[in-house]
Design a protein around this ligand. Structure first.
Ligand SMILES: Nc1ncnc2c1ncn2[C@@H]1O[C@H](COP(=O)(O)OP(=O)(O)OP(=O)(O)O)[C@@H](O)[C@H]1O
Ligand SMILES: [Mg+2]
Length: 473
């Protein structure tokens, strides 16, 4: 077999490329299997026809076939992508290379034409381009997050609206810059940007919170996630970086912590003050009045009958005042908590203060531990306010208090069978402090507080305070 025959067989057998020859005027002089498969013509149908039959009308109108041959002659070859026609009139997206063939003496002998059907690849490319475009638009429009890309060395290659909003740079200002411009000097000195990229490569991603710089030099508190991007073959392609401005949240959190701290000081100070007043009233006023009462009693015994009655009455009203002062002392400072613990104090309060108002009371305790005294005082205070409310607002006949040890703390429920909360709810919360104070006390102690009420069906206050167990009951 001559080598020429070898080439002929090879070309004719190729299926993926249409390979054929044109004479100097553009008429087809050879055809292969690939050309038949792509264009649909058999060899005997197409030989001798002009190759412009493959071009759609708009290209014919623009004289494209002739111009392509001219350019191939001028440049030696020509590459083009565009729509071409099959025999059945359908279009396909073709990649075409036309090569001008010259003899040794430089005379034009004709052209070779290699055509590939790129329709599928074009569809796939198009789909990819579209989905990339969609993602690009999506990422670009995000406002709350700064989302941008870094190349393998940390230079910025894309930017979005959120990044612009948070950091203050326009896209054209920041593209190409190194991302370390966002870091404050102390981080640069500690080589933090480079270390973060290294960690992202090692671990796949890195999350960090810290101060970053805006374009105008002001600082913001950022939450940052850097993700290393690898190609299918495992090669590092760059990084994506997602940044959130947490300044406001951080400030709000700090304000809350600060408020809690102040409130807890306030409550502590209030308890101290109450205790001091309670001691004063107890040690001073009550002792003095008890003494006055006893003297009056003695005096009454010695006086003539006509004065006896009057002094008895005075002694009685002194005794009654002493009783009220003792009640006040108990209210100011449930001293019995220190001595006897929470449950006896609550029982005492129910008997001495609540029962006399005509309410039936029931106390159920399933406490596994005695809470520490400060926690017991808070528990007691919240119960006290809840019970005062029942007395003042509920028109109830009975009230039930239950205490459980639960989740490392104490769960308390105070339920009445009264009228429930007025509907609509009491308007001005600043004229009513009881509910607010109960909630604050519970939250300051690290717990929670809630109220549930149905009109006509009573009210239940529930709260939970964490308690480190101090001693077994
Ligand atoms: N157990 C209850 N039954 C029915 N209504 C209640 C009950 N507890 C509270 N309320 C309603 O909720 C309102 C707010 O209660 P809160 O304890 O905050 O204020 P207050 O008792 O009116 O005033 P204070 O500041 O003296 O406590 C009450 O005015 C009352 O209308
Ligand atoms: Mg109240």
């Amino acid at each position: 077999m001559r080598s020429e025959d070898g080439y002929r067989l090879l070309v004719q057998g190729v299926r993926d490329y249409g390979i054929f020859m044109l004479d100097t005027t553009g008429h087809i002089t050879s055809w292969n299997t690939g050309a038949q498969r792509i264009k649909g013509y058999r060899e005997d149908e197409i030989l001798g026809q002009h190759f412009s039959v493959f071009y759609p009308p708009e290209d014919i109108a623009a004289d494209k076939p002739a111009r392509e041959l001219e350019e191939a002659i001028r440049e030696g070859r020509l590459e083009d992508e565009g729509w071409r026609l099959r025999k059945d009139g359908t279009r396909f997206w073709a990649n075409v290379v036309i090569t001008a063939l010259f003899s040794d003496t430089g005379e034009l002998r004709g052209f070779s034409k290699v055509t590939r059907d790129m329709t599928e690849r074009r569809v796939a490319d198009e789909a990819l381009r579209e989905s990339e475009e969609r993602f690009r638009l999506l990422v670009h429009g995000v406002l709350d997050y700064g989302i941008f890309m870094l190349d393998t060395t940390g230079h910025i290659t894309s930017w979005n609206t959120g990044a612009q909003r948070i950091k203050g740079y326009l896209e054209e200002e920041i593209l190409g810059q190194h991302f370390s411009v966002f870091y404050p000097p102390e981080d640069i000195a500690a080589d933090k940007p480079a270390r973060e990229l290294e960690e992202a490569i090692r671990e796949g991603r890195l999350e960090d919170e810290g101060w970053r710089l805006r374009k105008d030099g002001t600082r913001f508190w950022a939450n940052v996630v850097i993700t290393a991007l690898f190609s299918d073959t495992g090669e590092l392609r760059g990084f994506s970086k997602v940044t959130r401005d947490m300044t406001e949240r951080r400030a709000a959190e700090q304000a809350l912590v600060e408020r809690r701290r102040l409130l807890s000081h306030l409550v502590e100070a209030q308890e101290l003050e109450r205790r001091r007043i309670a001691w004063d009233v107890h040690d001073d006023s009550i002792q003095a009045m008890v003494a006055v009462g006893m003297r009056l009693q003695l005096l009454a015994g010695r006086l003539p009958d006509e004065h006896h009655e009057l002094v008895e009455q005075l002694a009685e009203s002194v005794r009654a005042s002493v009783g009220r002062l003792r009640g006040l002392v108990v209210n100011l400072r449930p001293t019995t908590i220190d001595q006897h613990g929470l449950i006896p104090s609550l029982t005492g309060y129910l008997q001495d203060v609540v029962a006399p108002t005509g309410l039936k009371t029931e106390l159920t305790s399933e406490l596994a531990h005695e809470p520490p005294t400060p926690v017991s005082i808070t528990l007691f205070r919240i119960c006290q306010e809840a019970l005062t409310n029942v007395h003042k607002h509920a028109h109830a006949t009975r009230v039930e208090i239950t205490l459980h040890s639960k989740d490392g703390g104490t769960l308390v429920r105070v339920s009445d069978d009264g009228v429930g909360f007025p509907d609509p709810a009491p308007d001005d919360p600043y004229r009513h402090f009881g509910l607010l104070e109960m909630r604050e006390r519970a939250e300051i102690a690290g717990g929670w507080w809630s109220v549930a009420s149905t009109p006509g069906n009573g009210t239940t206050i529930q709260f939970w305070l964490p308690t480190a167990p101090t001693q077994e009951l």
